[in-house]
Write a protein that binds this ligand. Structure first.
Ligand SMILES: C[S@@+](CC[C@H](N)C(=O)[O-])C[C@H]1O[C@@H](n2cnc3c(N)ncnc32)[C@H](O)[C@@H]1O
Length: 248
């Protein structure tokens, strides 16, 4: 069985062969030398997947969210939604909520859109984009819940700046959440868990769920598993869960 690979970003878009291009949000600089077929494939599902050039503001994505959002009671946003296992289940369980996945890899975004289509889900939107641009995508107070599942831990000291969850991101999420909205976070990385816990403090946040042993916690019955969660379970790694609610 092929397991998901964490860390290596093997799907950066081809801009022009042999040039060095940098990505403003991710700070990734990569020599482009091969064609990624999924760059074209994501364009075949315009009703579900929006993929735009990372060097520009996410104008199309914002327009798509604004257009779709009015049909629903609210929106959930999953950051780094991978191949969509969690996002699609969430959408199935919450038909009145628009479930939006932000995924930087073209192939994973495409797979998610493809599966959503096959399942006939009409409340899913996949944005092939860098999640660090959320403040350009959502209005203050419009998000009902953020989900961050097993983000890359970047645990070497010199890589810590690449973590998706940092003080700036947490405060942006707080601003975008509606009162009573929540951030639900899962990780297999104990230190990333503790440092995130430090960031969701009163009076802005109320931590309502917290476990360093998710599989044996009282919240397991409502847990939606992810691709990486299956991998970590097979390695008998302890999994952590944190849910913090925005205090008005
Ligand atoms: C370790 S994987 C976890 C995938 C999925 N959440 C799961 O639990 O199976 C991290 C995911 O985040 C995506 N990712 C990493 N940095 C990102 C960013 N800045 N914006 C959007 N997605 C990102 C990766 O491409 C990858 O799919």
């Amino acid at each position: 069985m092929l397991h998901p690979v964490r860390g290596a970003n093997t799907e950066l878009p081809l801009l022009s062969s042999g040039n060095l291009n940098s990505y403003p949000y991710s700070g990734i600089t990569e020599r482009m030398s091969w064609e990624n077929q999924y760059i074209q494939m994501v364009k075949t599902k315009p009703g579900i997947i929006v993929a735009e050039n990372d060097r520009e503001s996410p104008i199309q994505s914002k327009a798509m969210i604004d257009e779709q959002r009015v049909r629903f009671d609210g929106c959930y946003v999953e950051i780094g939604s991978g191949s969509g296992m969690h996002l699609l289940k969430l959408a199935e369980q919450n038909p009145s909520i628009l479930c939006i996945g932000l995924e930087i890899r073209f192939k994973r975004a495409f797979k998610t859109g493809e599966k959503a289509e096959r399942l006939g889900l009409t409340n899913v939107l996949v944005l092939r984009t860098d999640a660090r641009c959320i403040k350009e995508l959502f209005n203050d107070g419009e998000v009902a819940g953020f989900f961050v599942n097993y983000p890359d831990p970047w645990d070497k000291r010199r890589w810590l700046k690449n973590r998706i969850l940092n003080d700036e991101m947490i405060s942006t999420m707080h601003r975008l959440l509606r009162p009573g909205g929540f951030l639900r976070y899962k990780t297999d990385h104990q230190e990333y868990f503790s440092s995130t816990l430090e960031m969701v403090r009163a009076p802005e946040w109320d931590v309502v769920k917290r476990s360093t042993d998710l599989l044996n916690s009282p919240w397991m019955h409502q847990n939606i598993a992810t691709e990486f969660e299956y991998l970590f379970k097979s390695q008998s790694k302890p999994l952590c869960l944190l849910e913090a609610v925005k205090l008005a």
